[in-house]
Design a protein around this ligand. Structure first.
Ligand SMILES: *Cc1c(COP(=O)(O)O)cnc(C)c1O
Length: 249
């Protein structure tokens, strides 16, 4: 693994013990939100989002019961991959993925949550065919219709699904979204509600070769609300590991 820049050792970095306490707290909140929404808590997975986080702290989260990691950058994933205690742990790719980076990650992740073009899906298909793997993917939806944001608009989802259904080494499992930054629960609830409706609509259409079973939404600021709206994966960074420090080289 690459040595970490000394700047990363700022006073903001949490201890392993603090990370473990955060994991415990987040899991308990998710459980309560699921139960109060009449859902089975086992249907919601807590993902540890690892960007900029030292693998030592990621491993502390794993020791506390985290079984799913989320990676944003191909290069960062490759440099940290060997340091993770991966037994019983799955890794999803959740960041914007350039087609020329697909090859580096297809053997390391079991799901790519950020598919938003047929071009990317075809590239994943090609590299997975070469290693005889079928990659699970989620369609990333730009539910807030924000400019300059990754993901496709809701009305574009069905067309992309039809195209991806033709690929043998890519299997759609659901959708992912990153809603706009919101001031409060009421505001973010509107986006989660729209996303949940889209998910249900598409699920009911029963496309061949398409499974709509996973809805990935909710981050540190809003995960209990996301669980109330049907999220199956909450992606947690800062609430688990503290503020990110981007000074790392
Ligand atoms: C960074 C990131 C998260 C986690 O964000 P926090 O607010 O720190 O919990 C979740 N999803 C994606 C796609 C991210 O890039």
């Amino acid at each position: 693994m690459q040595a970490l820049n000394e700047n990363v050792l700022s006073e903001n970095v949490l201890s392993e013990q603090e990370v473990k306490q955060n994991v415990q707290h987040i899991m308990e909140e998710v459980r309560q939100a699921a139960v109060s929404a009449g859902r089975n808590p086992d249907d919601v997975q807590v993902m540890a989002v690892t960007k900029t986080v030292d693998p030592v702290l990621v491993n502390a989260a794993i020791e506390q019961g985290i079984t799913l990691l989320g990676e944003n950058k191909a290069q960062e994933l490759c440099s940290k991959y060997d340091s993770y205690h991966k037994e019983g742990v799955s890794i999803h790719f959740i960041g914007h993925l350039q087609t020329n980076k697909v090859k580096q990650i297809v053997d390391k992740v079991c799901m790519i949550e950020s598919v938003d073009s047929i071009k990317l899906a075809k590239e994943i298909d090609k590299h997975c065919a070469a290693i005889d793997k079928v990659m699970d993917v989620l369609i990333e939806v730009n539910i807030g219709r924000e400019e300059n944001k990754t993901g496709i608009f809701p009305e574009e989802v069905e067309h992309l699904l039809e195209e991806i259904a033709k690929l043998e080494h890519v299997r759609v499992r659901g959708m992912m979204t990153i809603p706009p930054v919101c001031e409060n629960k009421e505001e973010v609830s509107q986006y989660f509600s729209r996303m949940s409706q889209l998910f249900i609509d598409i699920k009911q259409k029963k496309y061949d070769n398409i499974n709509m079973e996973i809805l990935s939404m909710g981050m540190s600021a809003d995960y209990p609300t996301a669980v109330r709206y049907g999220s199956n994966i909450v992606r947690i960074g800062t609430a688990m590991f503290g503020q990110r420090n981007y000074k790392r080289s």
